[in-house]
Design a protein around this ligand. Structure first.
Ligand code: PFF
Length: 469
């Protein structure tokens, strides 16, 4: 392959903020609370933590190692080690496109709510749920916000790694932390907040089913940006002197802390105001403004702050999804960065339009029983990420040489990774078995069986044909 000077991160802290920025996103603040809320609360959260801190962290270390070792993004990384595995990288690119099929729609909602918070949304607490339903199903308004959100992504990613992604994350991520802490403090000091804290932290296993485990696993991968080559891509821009396991640990912990903060911001208030934790994807967009509506002028300020935080979190993640596709086009297709960004951005605009419309005027148009939004969401969350993670673990455990991994994770023996053997056995044996069990249990008990079969068929087709890619 032709060699051109590869871009790299400007600094360690810049890399951590960018990787944490990718991990921390709608997955933590929009999805985690409603998944926890509709899967019984604390028990889901406990399973989620175990998955994130054991499976997630191990896979993140593996993705960083493969990315830096090869110096290539997802497809190239797999391909350069073993051509038969190219399809696992291609699956990652497809997953990035699919997640970007709905992610900018929700990012657009968040952006819209920054403005709506000051233009009267909060003036009547009783009508906020209807206002949300009306807004997301309208044919034009959400499309405009999605377009603006996507344009912000294109603008940042077109500027490249250190100048674009790293710079944006370094400013935006710390802002997010401060804002969320403020809101969580407000929420847990409301009268009656205790029930929400109990819902979050007092395990109740009566609601646990096979679905709960798959939901928690999918959520862990989604939230940590794993199972689709994103952290391989970010790792490929890392210099040889960085400590991969400790960086992975920091990113995983930051992501988990933000999920807890989001839970603390939302559930105490949900219970304090007697609302339903099972409200689904509308949870954040309905519950949060309703809570703030009762607080007068200060509520408007909190609401603006909250939705800025949500937009910021979404943006630092969606740029990483766009980067996965962009890096593939640059590495494997020899495309120039700007062109790669514009082409992928345009495809994402089209899929985003279908997703948004599937919640309104196109709600009757179904494929395998679901509309476009759910199609992208369920396929990625319930199958592609889990299988992507499984493939990565098998690849790293059984295809890549153990000495190469040890060399990469200890920077050629210059730093220590005392848990190397523990990590290696987890990746080689424990994690593939665990993911397989969870995936099989979940897939057979899921409602959308035909969609799951379709997803597995796509992976099969990729496995057969992608050597040409
Ligand atoms: N981790 C992001 C979130 O929690 O919102 C979503 C995401 C970004 C998933 C990047 C996958 C990815 F590669």
């Amino acid at each position: 392959m032709e060699k051109r000077q590869r871009e790299s991160w400007g600094s360690r802290i810049g890399f951590i903020l960018a990787a944490a920025g990718s991990a921390i996103g709608l997955g933590n603040i929009w999805r985690f609370p409603y998944m926890a809320g509709s899967n019984g609360g604390s028990a889901f959260i406990l399973i989620y933590f175990v998955f994130a801190l054991v499976i997630g962290l191990s896979i993140m270390i593996a993705e960083f190692a493969i990315g830096r070792r090869t110096g290539l993004a997802a497809v190239g990384a797999y391909k350069s080690i073993n051509k038969n595995w190219t399809f696992a990288g291609v699956l990652g690119i497809l997953t990035a496109f699919f997640i970007m099929g709905f992610y900018p729609v929700v990012g657009g909602w968040a952006l819209a709510y920054v403005v709506k918070s000051v233009t009267g949304l909060l003036s009547n607490a009783g009508s906020i749920a209807d206002a949300f339903g009306g807004f997301i199903s309208s044919p034009v308004e959400p499309l405009i916000w999605m377009g603006i959100f996507l344009a912000m992504n294109i603008f940042i990613v077109a500027r490249g790694i250190a100048g674009g992604i790293e710079k944006a994350s370094s400013i935006l991520l710390p802002t997010l932390f401060v804002l969320l802490i403020l809101i969580a403090l407000r929420s847990i000091t409301l009268p009656g907040a205790g029930a929400g804290i109990e819902f979050l932290f007092k395990p109740d296993f009566s609601a646990v089913t096979g679905q709960t485990f798959l939901a928690a696993l999918g959520q862990a991968f989604f939230s940590l940006s794993l199972g689709m080559g994103c952290m391989i891509t970010y790792g490929s821009y890392l210099s040889k002197s960085k400590n991969l396991p400790s960086n992975a640990l920091i990113v995983t912990l930051m992501d988990t802390i933000v999920a807890i903060l989001a839970g603390l911001a939302i559930f105490p208030a949900v219970f304090a105001y007697g609302m339903e934790p099972t409200a689904g994807p509308g949870l954040v967009f309905v519950v949060v403004p309703t809570i703030f509506a009762e607080m007068g002028a200060l509520g408007i300020l909190f609401s603006v702050i909250f939705f800025i935080a949500l937009t910021v979190a979404a943006l630092t993640s969606s740029i990483s999804l766009l980067e996965v596709v962009t890096a593939y086009l640059i590495d494997e297709r020899g495309m120039e960065r700007k062109k790669a960004v514009y082409i992928s951005g345009t495809i994402m605009l089209v899929t985003g339009i279908f997703s948004s419309l599937s919640l309104g005027v196109m709600s009757d148009v179904k494929f395998l029983g679901v509309g476009a939004f759910d199609f992208f969401d369920i396929l990625t969350d319930k199958i592609f990420l889990a299988i992507g993670g499984l493939l990565l673990a098998i690849f790293v455990g059984w295809v890549v040489k153990k000495e190469d991994l040890e060399d990469e994770l200890t920077n050629g023996g210059t730093i220590k990774f005392p848990l190397f053997n523990v990590w290696y056995n987890l990746i080689k044996y424990v994690i593939p078995v665990a993911i397989s069990i969870v995936a099989i249990m979940g897939i057979i008990s899921i409602e959308q069986t035909s969609l799951m079969i379709f997803g597995l068929a796509i992976i099969g087709v990729l496995a057969i044909f992608s050597k040409k890619l």
